[in-house]
Ligand binder design. Sequence first.
Ligand code: ME8
Length: 517
Amino acid sequence: MSRDTFYITTAISYPNGKPHIGHAYELIATDALARFQRLDGKQVFFLTGTDEHGIKMLQTAKKEGISARDLADRNSAEFQRMASALNASNDDFIRTTEERHYAASQAIWKAMAANGDVYKGGYAGWYSVRDEAYYGEEETEVRPDNIRYGPQGTPVEWVEEESYFFRLSAYQDKLVALYENQPDFIGPAERRNEVMSFVKSGLKDLSISRTTFDWGVPVPGDEKHVMYVWVDALTNYITGVGYPDEKADNWRFWPADAHIIGKDIVRFHAVYWPAFLMSAGIPLPKRVFGHGFLFNRGEKMSKSVGNVIDPFTMIEHYGLDQVRYFFLREVPFGQDGSYGHEAIVNRTNADLANGLGNLAQRSLSMIAKNCGGVVPKRGDLAESDKVILDQAVDALATARKAMAEQGIHLALAAIFGVVAEADRYFAGQEPWALKKTNPERMETVLWTTAEVVRRVAVLCQPFIPGSAGKLLDLLAVPADNRDFVHVHADHALVSGTALPAPEGVFPRYVEQTDANA
Ligand code: ME8
């Protein structure tokens, strides 16, 4: 039986610096996935937050001459500000320094220990502070600069100290069985293959505590130790829905339907996390999806933009929905992508300003001028009208299938395919010529076009929520008639309904020619 709840998370970001475009990208994509399910009738819980412990935080704070807590407070606030600036619809924002999270982390630790999977020993091995990860010697290499590096290209250091261990080796077969029995557990396929071969090559027990610093969650019963940052970080996903109180109202959202993370941290989510959960007797998430990395093409973005790696500047310069649309449509979700000024301008001008925006503006201004500012009269529908109207309904089915597998770009391609088709329909019907020859037919063509715009706008809400909402306002669609069930013809525009004065929703980006810009 399929559940009517849907729980989705982003990774929680290290607040050792300000948020960058990679963080924004993950949040935008996860927001689109969350909004899609909400509009499709699910009860959604969407969690994001900040991962505030670990040596990386401590070292950065030292460099800046402040405490780790002050650094976390300052930058976590920036991450929260970014979430609002991106119009993210997260239901909660978790910080791992919160009381509730200490309780959850200590509870899962105790459950793993009670299951016999935690023991004390001595750790001696390589550690990367930048990745906050332990690596086997065979995964590291000494480069010509005489520094030893880990598999993600970050320097590693030798660590030797008393430590608690998690019996990860005992979970090797269970993990392989999980990947085999639940082939959707890891996506996309490349990530699944990587994890599968890592696990099959043999798992060693994992060091899960540190004694050389105290910025972390204390190990229950042995407070000289703090938990390895990834043990507490991964636990955020259950803290967020009430663990260890399994009677908490939000606990019904567990297990998570999807953890959306970057490809660099798939190992933690697809190997350590399910092993911890199995050990603690907690159900496993349904899917871990590793998206690609974004790279600035290196080109100068625009004279006036300055450093557009900063998500705030980017939103201010191009517009929020333009930025959201660009990343979601341009980068196949799951693959790496690059961004640059020209690519953003070309994509958003073509699809938003000249595409959807122009179609809405042309049809709505004709309606304002020629139909008395009300939804035009719908006469008998011709075959061509029915075809384009049906395409918008079909796009929902295509988008639903794509979004179930995080194919965000494919969903958008289907929806904007309808826009392109509707543009051809509008041009082919020549409503401006019908005005003299057949005004009734003109009204039907304008009704059909406006109705297609309505359906497309409903479908666009997860991706460009603000602009899609404005389009629906221009069509006088009531706020409670905007879910995906309303895409259907039963909820079509009613002739005679008064419409507000049309206005442009997607301004065209114009290059600034001013030499000082
Ligand atoms: O890894 N492009 O935090 P983080 C796309 N705290 N995604 C990127 C990116 C880029 N250039 N750079 C980073 C951590 N990301 C841990 C997670 S979860 C229990 C703990 C993604 O701040 C990255 O892959 O380094 C990760 O999913 C997220 O941003 C946070 O990265």
